[in-house]
Ligand binder design. Structure first.
Ligand SMILES: [Zn+2]
Length: 289
């Protein structure tokens, strides 16, 4: 059994969150607030989800997108006023770092072109209003990253200098984020191991990214629920398409029902087999059930 090195319990409010408009001096800001005054918190283990940091990095940067994430996972911290801009800047920051890691260190072409599109949008000021606000508020480190992306794209290749500068930037940037993580020895089923406990959901997601970088992990989107999950390096699980058994069963039931529907409409098995990318004998078994 693989051990989850991130030991952390977090909570979310079961009846959800809303944006509350507040005044900060003359300025009006929106703050993420628990929907009711009653405590409906539910405790859970966020890092059972192996790709949570990647899911977080792809939140839609608008009021609804952020609320959807918060309703499922809770606030990012316990001691911050979490404004829309605060969320947007944290989502974008981890997105940039993940894309740099995947695009430059792991040479993933898709990640690089994603970065290029984003830079182009930024130059044309077409990015989301919350993003525009927070890019300027971002740290020096993030602007160094943006410079690196520009250099890489201009060169059209990753040379040794770009690679080692990127490694250094990643190291320093992630180290800064790990200051809110403590480590200790744990005991699980007679096995001693070194585990980590982050102080907040946000620092936990940076830790998850740090472990992914350090162990060169790969991730895939679940074919059913679109959630990112880690692909285990052991070959038996490498071909895994679903994040969980529940998603695999759900997808199976859906495909079987769809095959029956097509069959009842008079589609020949061969056509159904092609449409569902499933072999003919399986289709024939399904439609007879
Ligand atoms: Zn899934």
């Amino acid at each position: 059994m693989t051990i989850n090195k991130i030991n952390m319990r977090w909570h979310f409010q079961k009846d959800g969150y809303v944006w509350m408009e507040c005044k900060k001096g003359e300025e009006k800001i929106k703050v993420l607030t628990h929907f009711s005054s009653e405590d409906t918190s539910v405790e859970y283990s966020p890092f059972i989800e192996s790709g949570l940091f990647k899911n977080f990095s792809e939140i839609e940067l608008n009021e609804i997108g952020i609320i959807q994430f918060a309703n499922k996972y809770g606030t990012l911290t316990t001691n911050q006023i979490e404004t829309l801009e605060y969320w947007a800047s944290n989502v974008k920051e981890i997105w940039i770092v993940i894309s740099i890691w995947e695009g430059i260190i792991k040479s993933n072409k898709l990640a690089l072109s994603r970065l290029k599109d984003w830079i182009d949008q930024q130059n044309e000021s077409k990015i989301n209003q919350y993003e525009t606000h927070n890019i300027s508020a971002n740290s020096q480190s993030v602007s160094n990253f943006i410079q690196i992306i520009n250099d890489t794209l201009n060169l059209n290749k990753i040379n040794e200098e770009v690679y080692s500068t990127t490694c250094n930037l990643l190291k320093n940037h992630i180290n800064n984020k790990l200051k809110l993580v403590s480590s200790e020895m744990y005991l699980n089923n007679k096995q001693l191991y070194l585990g980590y406990s982050p102080k907040s959901l946000l620092s936990g997601m940076w830790l998850q990214l740090a472990l992914a970088v350090s162990e060169d992990k790969d991730f895939r989107r679940c074919k059913e629920c679109q959630t990112w999950f880690e692909i285990s390096p052991d070959s038996a699980r490498k071909s895994k398409l679903f994040c969980s058994n529940a998603c695999r069963s759900k997808n199976y039931r859906k495909r079987r029902a769809y095959a029956k529907k097509l069959f009842n409409k008079g589609y020949p098995s061969q056509k159904i087999s092609k449409e569902l990318n499933t072999d003919i004998s399986t289709i024939e078994k399904w439609v007879k059930e």
